[in-house]
Design a protein around this ligand. Structure first.
Ligand code: GCW
Length: 706
């Protein structure tokens, strides 16, 4: 049973180091905590709101009361009201002007809230407890501004209904991938050495941080499901119940990654064939048992027929058969299955030029559009290959108008510096979400996910990301990687937010002015370091969208030919004359033709293809002149020298914060910058030398190439 929450007071469980407060330090609560506050309404999440306000007031000298059913309270006068509109009368402290006015732009829904300020009273109204919780965190974000001047009534609602993090955390330590697959922040916050980790304070603190940026769903185990993890669905369900209880007070629903072979490996059935009645019954009864324990369980995440995971192909069935099987078991409970579209041949022969991994998701799934049940969410990686620092947006998003789609981002920095490199990813995600698959006058990716009407059917969907959190004291290894987690939640709530505005929010919360020596310098430095850091990373790594020049052992650092003769389908085809993958319809793999016009034509055309994606779509000679006016080979040299110079500048900028911010944060970032510079230099030298040796073309500016 879930009890009302005890707000984490900053002290962690026995023997555990206290984690960094991230974007909820006590000082961020001060503007709210000095007020006279009334909380009105019932329910678990209203209890959370009350507990949060009470803690803030206890710390900062304010007062809070909860109204009775008659709307009366002991606090009078009142500066702030947080109230559910239903049931019963609103607290008398709500100014008449607020109650009289209509809600701007329609109903508030399950998670929305209305914020206004008149007659010196700030009012947050919601129709459901989650709305009140999000309203509370919005006040924290606004700080003092929430309590000054007049605010015309404004409704706030999330653009996307599910804002979800997938943890690739293993219960049992995997011999190769460890406790967290592609995790760069220590161990798992959920699991340790085969069982629950048991740090309940940290989990509560995590739930709270996530709610404060808008996340409302978590999958708690890796999509590669081992035998131990499979059992979370059955005899290890208690562990999941426990997590659900901890996360629920912050409006977060738990999801599980399950293995498609569960009926065989857990149920002892001879088959997992999706059309078999026994298999269907097994999933239905197993799912019923989950709901008996976790009534608000979110659903399943499935990686099937992918990188060795079992799936419907083994039974001659397709992925609509597979996904619909689980969807049918979940439908009576109002839940969804996130079915991943990351299906490709991971045993490709590098000699085979007819197979193109980029094509695979579309080839598998586009023909199935219209066959998926309403509660299937097809989870598509944002790009066609694999979370590279630069890829075109996946054509699958536009190809499946009759299917719900979730776009999957990667907050964990598998291919973007593994939380040793400062790489603020919000500008990149913003670009992905703003992409208009049908051309500039048509809907964007956000519109597709948010269910904005357009021509043809449309179903709406989710934004999902692979989490970057572990048991590290700074949560993310790199303290500045916290900004990525925060930005993911905020973009999922409001994909229209600008990356630099999100960074400002994060700076204000994480480094409150009262806690740092020189707030203006902190802001200026963090912007200087982070605003362009993704592009800097791109500059010193694989050029012009070609991707996958990483070291195959761990995906960190350069390995230009590391994947060139492998089975993974990620090649750059560099030779003495040129580099890049011909994905045109005219002479290549035809991938460009998977886009609707105008993008199919833009990408097909050597002249029109954007520079940053040139080598993703075309194989060109080193002498090819880019739109920027320089040749491909000179671009490679220039960007690699520039990228490293930028890292030097970032590192130098950071040192200005010595003595200005928290010493531990400062030191950890210094350590990370030293490594980023070492690694970026290695990237520069290996990439430049590689292409100099291949092409024989010297650097026009005569810089040192080894
Ligand atoms: O990017 C790749 C990773 C794998 C991961 C896979 C996936 C969980 O290298 O570690 O497996 O993607 O998304 O399933």
């Amino acid at each position: 049973m879930t009890r009302p929450v005890t707000v984490p007071a900053g002290v962690s469980g026995a023997g555990e180091p206290r984690p960094h407060p991230a974007w909820l330090p006590p000082q961020a609560w001060r503007p709210l905590g000095v007020r006279r506050v009334v909380v009105h309404g019932d329910g678990l999440l209203v209890d959370t709101v009350f507990a949060e306000v009470a803690q803030a007031c206890a710390a900062h000298g304010g007062r809070v009361d909860r109204t009775g059913t008659d709307g009366a309270s002991a606090v009078d006068p009142v500066d702030l009201v947080l109230a559910l509109r239903d049931p019963g009368p609103l607290p008398s402290a709500v100014p008449a002007a607020v109650t009289a006015g209509p809600t701007p732009d329609g109903p508030l829904g399950d998670e929305g809230f209305l914020l206004t300020r008149v007659d010196d009273v700030t009012v947050v109204l919601a129709d459901a407890p989650a709305g009140l919780l999000y309203g509370l965190f919005h006040l924290v974000r606004l700080g003092e501004a929430a309590h000054t001047g007049d605010h015309p009534a404004r409704a706030h609602r999330p653009a996307l209904r599910r804002r979800m993090l997938d943890h690739w955390d293993n219960v049992a330590v995997h011999p190769v991938m460890g406790q967290v697959e592609r995790g760069y922040a220590g161990g798992s916050i959920f699991w340790r050495d085969g069982g629950p980790r048991g740090d309940r304070d940290r989990l509560r603190a995590y739930a709270r941080l996530l709610a404060a940026c808008g996340v409302n769903a978590i999958s708690v185990n890796n999509v590669n499901v081992g035998l131990t993890e499979a059992r979370l669905l059955t005899d290890r369900l208690d562990d999941v119940v426990d997590l659900a209880d901890l996360l629920r007070p912050y409006g977060i629903r738990v999801h599980l990654s399950v293995t498609f072979a569960a009926p065989v490996v857990l149920g002892g059935l001879p088959t997992a064939d999706p059309l078999d009645d026994g298999v269907r019954d097994w999933w239905e009864s197993t799912t019923r048992r989950v709901y008996a324990r976790i009534p608000d369980f979110g659903g399943y995440v499935v990686k099937a027929d992918s990188e060795g995971q079992p799936g419907p192909f083994s039974y001659g069935r397709d992925h609509a058969d597979g996904a619909n099987l689980l969807a049918a078991a979940l439908a009576p409970h109002g839940a969804v299955v996130h079915w991943r579209a990351f299906v490709y041949d991971h045993r490709q022969d590098w000699r085979d030029r007819t197979t193109d991994r980029a094509r695979a998701a579309y080839d598998h799934f586009a023909p199935l559009d219209g066959r998926f049940a309403d509660n299937v969410v097809l989870q598509v990686k944002f790009g066609p290959v694999d979370f590279q620092p630069r890829e075109p947006v996946s054509p699958v998003i536009a190809a499946m108008p009759a299917t719900r789609v979730a776009v999957e981002l990667q907050v964990t920095q598998e291919y973007t510096g593994q939380q040793w490199h400062a790489c603020y990813l919000a500008p990149w995600w913003h670009e992905v979400l703003a992409f208009r698959p049908w051309g500039p006058a048509e809907r964007s990716v956000t519109d597709v996910l948010a269910d904005v009407p357009g021509p043809g059917p449309h179903r709406g969907g989710d934004l999902v990301a692979v989490a970057n959190v572990g048991d590290d004291p700074f949560w993310c290894g790199h303290p500045l990687a916290q900004a990525n987690l925060y930005a993911f939640g905020r973009l999922a709530w409001d994909p229209g937010l600008a990356a630099d505005a999100i960074l400002d929010e994060w700076i204000d919360l994480t480094f409150p002015a009262s806690t740092v020596g020189d707030p203006a310098l902190v802001r200026e430095t963090l912007h200087a370091v982070l605003d362009d850091s993704w592009r800097t990373y791109e500059r010193y790594t694989a050029p012009l969208g070609v991707g996958f020049m990483v070291n195959p052992a761990g995906h960190y650092g350069p390995g230009v030919d590391g994947y060139e003769y492998s089975r993974w389908g990620t090649y750059h085809f560099a030779d003495r004359d040129g580099v890049g993958v011909d994905r045109t319809c005219a002479t290549g793999t035809g991938f460009a033709g998977q886009y609707p016009p105008p993008w199919s034509q833009v990408y097909e055309s050597l002249e029109r293809c954007p520079d940053e994606l040139l080598l993703f779509f075309h194989h060109v000679p080193y002498s090819h002149v880019l739109h920027s006016g320089v040749t491909v080979i000179q671009h490679i040299y220039d960007t690699h020298f520039a990228g490293v110079a930028e890292v030097v500048a970032m590192r130098d900028r950071w040192t200005r914060l010595a003595g200005v911010i928290d010493q531990a944060v400062y030191d950890r970032v210094v350590e990370r910058f030293d490594e980023q510079l070492r690694c970026a230099t290695e990237w520069r030298d290996q990439v430049n030398t590689y292409f100099f040796r291949k092409s024989g073309v010297p650097d026009a500016r005569g810089r040192r190439i080894h």
